[in-house]
Write a protein that binds this ligand. Structure first.
Ligand code: BG6
Length: 287
């Protein structure tokens, strides 16, 4: 464990190096290199489970907003039960840390049998999913022992961003990416114990966000449930008022994810409504 109490902590602390490693592999002279070209596809469907599914949502945000390609995200566990409208000009991206998740393997099989192009974004070298997909990109995060993924989830999001940036080169954004490893080190080493202490007092926690913040909220909520066994839900902030607000009361913790300046006020107003019902508020922002 390299001196850390848990593998998960060790792996979180490896994130800055993993981030750097991926940038150095796929970016040369401010240009994306040696990555898969998604520009020829009319549509992209991302299929995955758990945190990999949440990375897929972030990927949808990047691919649609940067590369301008329509992208849908499906749970691999639902894939064989749903009706498919396959478009021959579409790409199916499967995401998996282990490369062995049965539902994701099954979804990949369906896409392969439909003769669609398939791209696997996986961490484990030569895993089943890496071998069975037509194309493969590795997240080169090193071994991840903790079942709850951390560094590999981050790597999946980054590889998806690079796929999008490969279509529309944004030099400024590419240069800015190199600042992130130091920022990650700075924030990882902040004292989160005091926040954990507050959170541990609650039995019901709601994460709220809009757009990409909602996608981040979903991963935050899953991690909290999986690691702390505290009940938690992620909600699209504007949907809360349509019924679920009745669950917000004294003793509920509401964590707002507020990383987009344009949507800050909107989400904040939903949080204020929760406060008026007795909820305790916490906010997570990047500006
Ligand atoms: C779950 C793990 O069981 O499997 C998650 O708890 C993970 O962390 C999910 O995201 C999917 O696994 P994989 O290996 O396909 O990414």
């Amino acid at each position: 464990k390299n001196g850390y109490e848990h593998f998960m902590l060790k792996e979180i602390n490896e994130e800055p190096d993993v981030f750097k490693k991926i940038l150095n592999k796929y970016i040369k002279n401010d240009k994306i290199v040696d990555i898969f070209d998604i520009s020829k596809y009319e549509e992209i469907e991302i299929v995955a489970c758990g945190s990999a599914y949440h990375a897929g949502l972030i990927g949808k945000y990047y691919i649609e907003s940067i590369a301008n390609i329509k992208t849908t995200v499906s749970y691999a566990s639902e894939y064989r039960y749903k009706k498919h409208f396959f478009n021959k000009n579409s790409l199916v991206i499967v995401i998996s840390q282990s490369g062995e998740t049965a539902d994701t393997k099954e979804a990949l099989k369906i896409a392969n049998e439909a003769l669609l192009d398939t791209l696997a974004i996986v961490n484990v070298y030569k895993s089943s999913i890496a071998r069975e997909a037509k194309y493969v990109l590795y997240t080169i995060s090193g071994i991840e022992i903790s079942v709850a993924t951390t560094k590999a989830y981050m790597a999946q999001c980054l590889v998806l961003l690079l796929l999008a940036l490969n279509v529309k080169n944004d030099k400024k954004l590419i240069q800015d990416l190199f600042k992130i490893p130091n920022l990650l080190s700075k924030y990882i080493n902040r004292d989160y114990k005091k926040y954990a202490k507050i959170i541990s007092k609650y039995d019901d926690i709601f994460y709220l966000g809009r757009g990409v913040d909602y996608y981040i909220a979903q991963e935050g909520s899953l991690k909290l449930k999986e690691i702390s066994y505290i009940h938690s839900e992620a909600y699209a902030a504007g949907e809360l008022k349509h019924g679920t607000i009745s669950l917000i009361e004294d003793g509920t913790l509401v964590i707002g994810v507020l990383t987009q300046p344009a949507l800050y006020e909107k989400t904040l107003s939903n949080m204020v409504e929760c406060k008026s019902r007795g909820a305790y508020l916490m906010g997570l922002t990047t500006f």
